[in-house]
Structure formats: C-alpha cells, structure tokens
Write a protein that binds this ligand. Structure first.
Ligand SMILES: [Ca+2]
Ligand SMILES: [Ca+2]
Length: 452
C-alpha cells in the first residue's frame, strides 16, 4: 500500500465521519436523559478519537522505532484534546488523563460538560469507565497428588523438558515480559531477583513489589519461576519481569486502571526515547460484556492490544473460565489483535470451564480461542513460599507467555506477527480437525515451534 493511497483513504474516512456524533454507552445516555441528575455531578468517562484521524492509520503501516511511534501518538492525542476542548469552550476545563496507547482521553467531567462532549464530531465513542474487570477466577485442584516429576506436567506437555536438553541456552535471557495481575511475591525463592520493574496501580501506590491476592505470584511462577525444591515450574526462568499491579486483594480492577497499566508496559520508564517496552504481556483477566453491538475499534481494550502489536508487544490473554457454553469469551481476549488462550488438562482434553468461541462483533466474526495450553491443576508459586495447585485459563495463559519469551529469544529477527503465526501453526491440533471453538489451533508445542 503506498503512502498516497493511505492518505486518500484516511481523508475519505475522516470526511465520512466528520458530522457523525459519538457512540455513547447506554448507562451514560440514561444519566444524560434523567431529569433529576444534578448537572454539576462529576463522572469519569473515556473519549475515543477516530482511529483514522491524522497519522494514526499510517503509523501502523510504516516500520518505525517504537519510541518515535509513541511520541507521535502522544502528539496526536494532545492535538485531539485541544480540538475537543477548544470547541467546548468550558469555563473550567475537565480533568484529563491522556491515553496515547488507545488514542483517547480519560476525562473527569460534569454531566453538563458530558452533554457538550456528546455533540462533538471529533469523538467516535464515549465510554462509561465503571465496568468492573476481574482476574480470571481460579478453580481449586481436581486431583490431590501432583505428579512426582522434575517438571510440572504443563511444562512437560508443551515440550519444555525436551527443549531444556536440546537447547539449554533457551531460558528467555534478556526478554522483557510484562505481567498485569495482582502483583508478585518478591521474596519467593522461585521469583527472587527476577523483577526488573514494578508499578502499583492500586490506590496504595507502594514502591516495593507485593501481592496481596496470590494470583499474580502463581502466574509469574509459570512464566518465569526458577526450580523450587527440585521441581521446574517456569517456562522462561531467565526472562525479565515488568510487573503491573492493577488488581486489588479481592481480584478486581477497573477499566481506567487497566488502560494505564497497559500503557505503562509500553513505556515503563515514561521516556519514549528509550525502547524499554516489554516484548510480550501476560493478561490472566477478563471483562464480561456485550460487544455484539460494537466493532473492535470502538473498544478501548482492543485499541490497546492493537497499539501493543504496532509497538512490537505480543498480547497474551486468558480466554476466561465461563465454559462450556459457546461464545463465552470476554474482553480483551475477544479482540482480534489479542492471542486468546484456552485451558487443557494433562490428557489434552479441553477443561470444562475454558471459555469457548466463536466471537461475534457487530460485523466481525472470528473463531477463538487462538491456542490452548495446560490450565488444570497447575503447580506454581504460592504467595508466601512453596507451591500450590490452581486451575483456570489464568494458568494456561502464562504457559503461552513463557513459550513466547523463548521464541523471542530464539528468533530475534522475526516480527511479532511471524512469532504469533509460528506458535499457532505449530500447535497440536485437538478435538475437531483444524481450528475450532474449544482449542483454537490446538495445544501449543514448543518443540515444533522452535524448529527452524
Ligand atoms: Ca521508554
Ligand atoms: Ca482442532
């Protein structure tokens, strides 16, 4: 696609949308219509600008340094904010938080100001930020006795034991892995010294890594845990962890915290000039929601995963534990740009709880999950020391994240798209022949994925 063509396309798209009003979440529409609501009442909303506006569409097509891209996105968002707020001519400007990763702004505004924003032609969607997001809840152990082995069955199943003897140098060295979860226990013997950066997005804003839930520690153990008491628990034990604590002790979070955490892993030191963005991110969390009336571009989470991919960051998401019914995959796993992971057991059966595809957006349809990995009775790090068994797609996802860290180390010249394709195409087909709504392409197989 040449530049002229892209510019023409962007122009057509922007003129088409020039007079359209933003899509507004129904909960916000109710607020606007309700006569008894105080017009000075303050609320938090998310403004999403047109993806085709300015240079955004082109930037995804042109191969560039991630840092340059981030700078341009930051400039684009500032421009959009100026346009929107100049048009409004508010007496007092609302409080804003620029979210360059999703080409949007978090705004704390009055109902009156929201009424004006609802008329703006520069905004495609206004989203309510009150929707809760949860860690994909664990299921307790199904069997009591873990297999007595040097490797957990999960590691053995995806080929880690074989790879360790064939390619002992592949441990994820120098690969930057992000984990957005409930935090991490930094004193656990399997995880000590592995944390490169930690950021607390929960109110307390602690500087020292911690985990008051335990979910994040277990997930981190599967990604990067070193052997503990003779047992190997982590796929990529030499990878560097960037831990965003965005879930509280009860395992819940909010969209705005998560969007900030997603932006943080894209530029952990807050300086676009240094390319310290992570290379792969584990996300064992999900938001239920009806997205049958929207398209991925209108969902902030999908914009975030799309932004990640443009910056060379691979988004790995738990499919969710809402199976066995069809079409139970939530957001962001349902985004076309997210790699959604289903859970299998030690016999390569799909877990009953593993969320199923297919995905139905307003127009876009897709078979999901993308791949599967072990997620039933997974032994990994326990908060406070030792090991414990947990089940869930939350436990399957970090197997894929760790596998991706090894691929990133083994194929430094490959693009993110090529690496994702490599993992998907080498998966062991299970269930119905070919891609299906339970296993996706199948259970990942590192031995095949690492073949030249
Ligand atoms: Ca940076
Ligand atoms: Ca299949």
């Amino acid at each position: 696609m040449n530049l002229k063509w892209i510019l023409t396309l962007a122009f057509i798209l922007s003129t088409q949308s020039a007079f359209a009003k933003p899509i507004i979440d129904s909960s916000l529409q109710d607020l606007l219509k309700h006569p008894s609501v105080n017009s000075e009442h303050e609320i938090e909303v998310l403004l999403l600008y047109p993806m085709d506006a300015g240079s955004r569409a082109q930037s995804l097509a042109v191969d560039q340094e991630p840092g340059q891209l981030i700078k341009r996105w930051q400039k684009d968002v500032r421009k959009m904010e100026e346009k929107v707020f100049r048009e409004m001519a508010f007496i007092r400007r609302p409080m804003t938080d620029s979210l360059w990763l999703i080409h949007g702004t978090k705004v704390t505004c009055t109902i009156n100001q929201l009424k004006s924003l609802a008329e703006s032609s520069h905004i495609v969607a206004i989203r309510d930020l009150k929707r809760p997001v949860f860690l994909v809840k664990n299921h307790g152990p199904h069997v009591s006795a873990p297999l007595a082995n040097v490797y957990t069955y999960g590691l053995h199943k995806i080929g880690v034991s074989q790879i360790r003897s064939q390619r002992p140098e592949l441990l994820g060295q120098n690969v930057r892995v992000g984990i957005i979860d409930s935090g991490i226990d930094p004193t656990h013997v399997s995880l000590r010294g592995k944390i490169e950066k930690f950021y607390d997005f929960i109110g307390t804003k602690k500087e020292t890594p911690y985990d008051d839930n335990g979910h994040g520690t277990h997930v981190a153990g599967t990604v990067a845990g070193r052997e503990t008491s003779g047992k190997e628990i982590g796929v990529a034990p030499e990878s560097e962890l960037y831990i965003a604590k965005a879930f509280n002790s009860g395992g819940s979070s909010g969209e705005s915290q998560l969007l900030k955490a997603m932006q943080w892993v894209a530029d952990p030191d807050g300086d676009p000039a240094t390319n310290d963005q992570v290379q792969v991110v584990n996300n064992s969390w999900s938001m239920a929601g009806d997205f049958s009336k929207s398209e991925p571009d209108e969902e902030a989470f999908c914009r975030a995963t799309q932004g990640w991919l443009a910056l060379g960051i691979i988004p790995i998401f738990a499919a969710g534990n809402s199976g066995p019914y069809a079409s139970t995959i939530g957001l962001p796993a349902a985004c076309p740009t997210a790699v959604a992971v289903g859970a299998t057991d030690s016999q390569d059966n799909i877990a009953r709880f593993s969320s199923r595809g297919p995905i139905y957006w307003r127009v876009t349809r897709q078979i999901k999950p993308d791949v599967s990995a072990p997620g039933v009775d997974i032994e990994s790090a326990r908060n406070g020391g030792g090991l414990r068994l947990l089940s869930g797609t939350s436990m399957a996802s970090p197997h894929v994240t760790g596998a991706m860290a090894l691929l990133l180390q083994a194929f430094p010249e490959s693009s993110t798209d090529q690496l994702i394709q490599r993992l998907i195409e080498s998966a062991k087909d299970l269930g119905e022949t070919g891609l299906d709504s339970k296993f996706g392409a199948g259970r990942i197989d590192l031995v095949r994925a690492l073949e030249p």
